[in-house]
Design a protein around this ligand. Structure first.
Ligand code: FCX
Length: 435
């Protein structure tokens, strides 16, 4: 067994004993109550899930195992000559609960590189789809095709014991994370670069190799990919992609089945697809205004038009956050350092100065501030990745790190099949009448 796997097992055994104790001594203690509105309105604000990898504070934003995004950028190991954190390090942190050393990260990079082989039938499955297919659909199909490789599913069919679930889930999770960049890059090159594919470079770290296979040689773009893969990885357990992966996994579906389900949620415009919607919205605005840099009044008019058409302003608002998303701020800092004069970036910043006041004036939007998706497209376009339908695939590759680390914990802690109670509106009417 690898030392990282042994370490995970030791941590999991320790927490399992503590959870057993919590359940025995405090199992009936109430942590929340549920209102009628919450049952109808997306269960917003109900504390009813356990996710070890990260915790979201409405005002401060996400913390991964206690570390905020600025702290991760400071403390996680970097690539030689680089300044952004390596996503392998974040995966280690989410899995083990401790900051990794440089050696831990190098080890994980080479483990992922060794496990990155993708069988041909996965590429055949992608090729079977029309080129016009949305990249997220291709991505989910490819992950489903890869399910043939699940060691968890094989071991379950062979009759594995409950105590071994974690071990096979761990192997599947690492194998899947290792293979995702190759699959995503294949989709990109097939759809946008005439199928001119680029072989992996085993000497590069996970994110840099992804950038390389996409076809980008620029060192700053590799840095952007490292940062991108870190900030999109996890956002505690209740968001659609994390919750779906966890829910499907609770039926003992393997990592491939569970993650593919999560990806389908990420592909929705109110969740991960918002990153493509934002840049589309900005490009449409620029075109409608005749090109060039719009001024604040023009942006204001365009935002109002969007709202009048009954649409949301993409990249703004959040179900939990109530301040500017630190993932937005991290990208803004990256842009200030590397591409402060990029026109699209300056438009994103001017939109940031304009939108919150308009959303506040609506009186119903709980969070008028930008989320992670408000900035990413402008950075990607700058480096030449202009095919915005592909952006949610990037989000998906990153999101695998968090949701698969969580799945390992789910099986290690023996979490149960998820099956909350539902009621009908008829039941609700009788309930409020006290019947
Ligand atoms: N533009 C216009 N209206 C908005 C809005 C926005 N950006 N954000 C919220 N509202 C509206 C809602 O549509 C709702 O209107 P309704 O009462 O007429 O149905 C009202 O304000 C209250 O919604 P609120 O409680 O503030 O927000 P929710 O928790 O229901 O929804 C999301 C949160 C993120 C879905 C919402 O803010 C939204 O649609 N934003 C735009 C899409 C987006 O950027 N999604 C990405 C989110 C995230 F970062 C990610 O998952 O990737």
């Amino acid at each position: 067994m690898s030392y990282i796997k042994e370490k995970f097992k030791a941590k999991a055994d320790e927490l399992s004993a503590e959870v057993k104790d919590l359940l025995k001594n405090h199992g009936t203690k109430k942590i929340d109550e549920v209102t009628v509105a919450q049952a109808y309105q997306g269960m917003r604000g109900i504390t009813g899930l356990v996710t070890e990898t990260s915790l979201l504070d409405a005002n401060e934003g996400i913390r991964f195992r206690g570390y905020s995004i600025p702290e991760l950028r400071e403390h996680l190991p970097k690539a030689p000559g680089g300044q952004e954190p390596l996503p392998e390090g974040l995966f280690y942190l989410m899995l083990i609960g401790e900051l990794p050393t440089e050696a831990d990260v190098q080890n994980l990079s080479s483990v992922l590189s060794r496990r990155s082989h993708v069988p041909n039938h996965v590429f055949d499955a992608i090729e079977a789809l029309p080129v016009s297919t949305h990249p997220m659909t291709m991505f989910t199909v490819a992950v489903m095709a890869l399910q043939t490789e699940s060691v968890f599913a094989k071991a379950y069919a062979d009759g594995m014991s409950k105590k071994d679930y974690w071990s096979y889930m761990y192997e599947d999770s690492l194998n899947l994370i290792a293979r995702l960049p190759r699959i995503a890059a294949y989709i990109y090159r097939r759809k946008y670069k005439n199928g001119d594919h680029i072989q992996p470079d085993g000497m590069l770290d996970w994110a840099a190799n992804f950038a390389h296979m996409l076809g980008y040689r620029n060192e700053d773009f590799k840095e952007l990919m490292r940062l991108y893969m870190v900030i999109h990885a996890d956002h505690e357990g209740g968001n659609v992609s994390a919750h779906t992966t966890h829910l499907v996994g609770s039926a003992l579906s393997d990592a491939y089945l569970s993650f593919a389900a999560g990806l389908n949620g990420l592909a929705g415009p109110l969740h991960g697809l918002a990153n493509q919607e934002v840049i589309k919205w900005i490009l449409d605005m620029r075109e409608e205004l005749g090109g060039g840099m719009p001024d604040k009044a023009q942006i204001e008019a365009y935002v109002k038009k969007t709202l009048a058409e009954g649409k949301v302003v993409p990249g703004y608002g959040h179900a939990v956050l109530r301040k500017t998303d630190p993932r937005f701020t991290a990208q803004m800092e990256f842009a200030k350092k590397h591409l402060p004069d990029e026109e699209l970036v300056r438009i994103v910043w001017l939109v940031y100065e304009t939108v919150p006041d308009i959303l506040k004036d609506l009186g119903k939007v709980k969070n008028p501030w930008p989320n992670v998706d408000a900035h990413s497209g402008a950075l990607l376009v700058h480096y030449g990745l202009v095919e915005y339908e592909f952006y949610t695939v990037l989000f998906g590759v990153s999101r695998a790190l968090g949701v698969l680390a969580s799945l390992c914990w789910d099986r290690a802690l023996g979490l149960s099949l998820e099956r909350p109670k539902s009621v009908t509106s008829e039941w609700m009417k009788l309930f409020v009448e006290g019947k």
